[in-house]
Design a protein around this ligand. Structure first.
Ligand code: UGA
Length: 475
């Protein structure tokens, strides 16, 4: 079509509706584990073999550093040595194996004897939710205790774990020489901004690198260790440890705030019979607003945003600051579960008792098998509590799900959730759900109802297949 003659509506139609679900996967192919970097001679010890530790370790080894990743779970270490990765993260298994073969990446359970041999020690252990919203720092304390007396004064210790403001200073205090002499290792606060599902992409294409510390020379040495792998000129923010610690919370809390706004806006669009997609699309074109993080959904989940929002509130309490906005962000997010359930009730005729619901997706977002704080799980729990039976499918989270659920039926194929269902609810935005054989799905259902809690499907197409469809803020 000649674009001059195209109407505005046609132009909007032509815009990819779901760019984020596919575009990142495309770009992701750009970095190839087979590309071998020149060895840098820098030795790095990454403490923690979880999601952040593994991605950091493999990313740094890929850019030429010699990396040892320390994980205290012995079973996990023996799996990792064989290149078996305990979580689903695109590209990580291939890159881990390539760097094991190059002798650039090792795994071990005990590093204490060699602690003083590394140029950099990077702490990535988890800081899960603890009491009163504060993060549980036990794993971090354990690491610091094991480092005490074993590290040199000229060593650099990088904290990548998300930790409350003041933690770096506390670590510096713990690692001071025991004989009372001055000095101690350099403590750097270097928060990570890796998203699960696109973590390697994020590692190689960061929007910024934040490095908090006291000495400009040490900060520069850390910058050089990252630069080797950067494909573009990345802004480096050199700052104090405390500011770097706060940047991490501020970023995640802002993202959470934006999502609660977006989800509430979708509800307003629902109430006024407006199309949220069009409103969000037009908003996002404003460069001050931007297009990312504008997808309405069942609420934010995962191991970071909900936890960091709580931790931020706990820090504010400690600083005697009364907050109004972030408690509301949490409340809106909790209400989002009920908003989705309400849509399901509406579709099946009011009461959920005896209703059969097919759930597509369990992970907290696509491209991960992580079920932590997954809105899908929260929604399914409410459905079960109200007397519905639930059949579910997720492309990668099934084995995690079988450990969590005894009261829902897990299917081998997405289409199977349709059998005798009164409604199907899309809970995670896996791209493959877009291309199901919808005629076959409809055939199996008791009632052809779809609640698309991720605005993943094309409503017109789905309706053409004879379904009743509701999305989030979709007219
Ligand atoms: C988040 C941050 O995005 C990372 O920068 C940060 O490094 C990480 O936490 C962390 O602290 O370690 P992640 O938890 O992997 O990353 O997940 P996000 O991609 O941020 O998504 C969080 C939640 O928001 C998911 O439930 C997702 O489905 C939801 N979401 C996201 C939406 O509902 N709509 C959107 O437009 C975007």
């Amino acid at each position: 079509m000649n674009s001059m003659n195209e109407t505005l509506a046609e132009k909007q139609q032509r815009q990819p509706r779901f760019p984020k679900h596919n575009a990142l996967a495309e770009e992701y192919r750009l970095f190839d584990p087979l590309n071998e970097a020149t060895p840098t001679g820098v030795s790095v010890c990454v403490i923690g073999g979880g999601f952040v530790g593994l991605v950091t370790a493999v990313g740094l080894s890929q850019i030429g550093h010699n990396v040892t990743c320390v994980e205290k779970l012995l079973d996990r270490v023996s799996d990792l040595k064989k290149g078996d990765i305990p979580l689903f993260e695109q590209g990580v298994p291939e890159m881990v194996r390539a760097n094991i073969n190059r002798n650039r990446l090792q795994f071990t359970a005990d590093f204490t004897e060699r602690a003083s041999a590394y140029d950099l020690i990077i702490i990535t252990v988890g800081t899960p939710p603890g009491d009163n919203g504060e993060p549980d720092l036990n794993a971090l304390r354990e690491v610091v205790t094991s480092l005490a007396g074993r590290v040199r004064s000229d060593q650099i210790i990088i904290i990548k774990s998300t930790v409350p403001v003041g933690t770096a200073r506390w670590i510096a205090e713990q690692l001071k020489p025991r004989n009372g002499s001055r000095g101690g290792p350099h403590i750097i606060s270097n928060p990570e901004f890796l998203r699960e599902g696109t973590a390697l992409y994020d590692f190689f294409h960061p929007d910024r690198i934040v490095i908090g510390g006291e000495s400009p020379e040490i900060i520069e040495r850390v910058v050089q260790c990252y630069r080797a792998g950067m494909t573009k000129d990345v802004p480096i923010v050199a700052t104090s440890n405390e500011t770097a610690e706060m940047v991490k919370y501020a970023s995640n809390v802002y993202l959470a705030t934006r999502l609660s706004f977006v989800n509430e806006l979708a509800a307003v669009c629902d109430g006024l019979a407006l199309n949220f997609d069009d409103v969000a699309y037009a908003m996002g074109l404003d460069r001050r607003i931007g297009t990312d993080y504008l997808d309405a959904g069942p609420g934010f989940g995962g191991s970071c945003l909900p936890k960091d929002l709580e931790a931020y509130r706990a820090m504010a309490r400690q600083g005697d600051v009364t907050l109004s906005l972030s408690p509301a962000v949490s409340r809106v997010n909790e209400q989002q579960v009920e908003r989705v359930v309400e849509k399901i009730r509406g579709m099946v005729g009011g009461a959920l008792t005896g209703a059969r619901i097919g759930a597509l997706g369990l992970s907290f977002k696509a491209q991960t098998d992580d079920l932590r704080c997954s809105p899908a799980i929260a929604i399914i729990r409410v459905l079960l509590a109200e007397g519905a039976s639930v059949t579910a499918f997720d492309p990668v989270a099934m084995s995690n799900a079988s450990r969590h659920f005894s009261d829902i039926a897990l299917c081998d194929r997405a289409e199977d959730v349709a059998t005798n269902a009164d409604a199907i609810v899309v809970l995670t935005e896996w791209p493959e759900f877009q291309t199901l054989d919808w005629d076959a799905v409809k055939e199996r259902m008791r009632q052809p109802n779809i609640i698309d809690a991720r605005n993943l499907l094309d409503p017109d197409r789905i309706r053409r297949h004879g379904f009743q469809y509701v999305g989030m803020g979709r007219r």
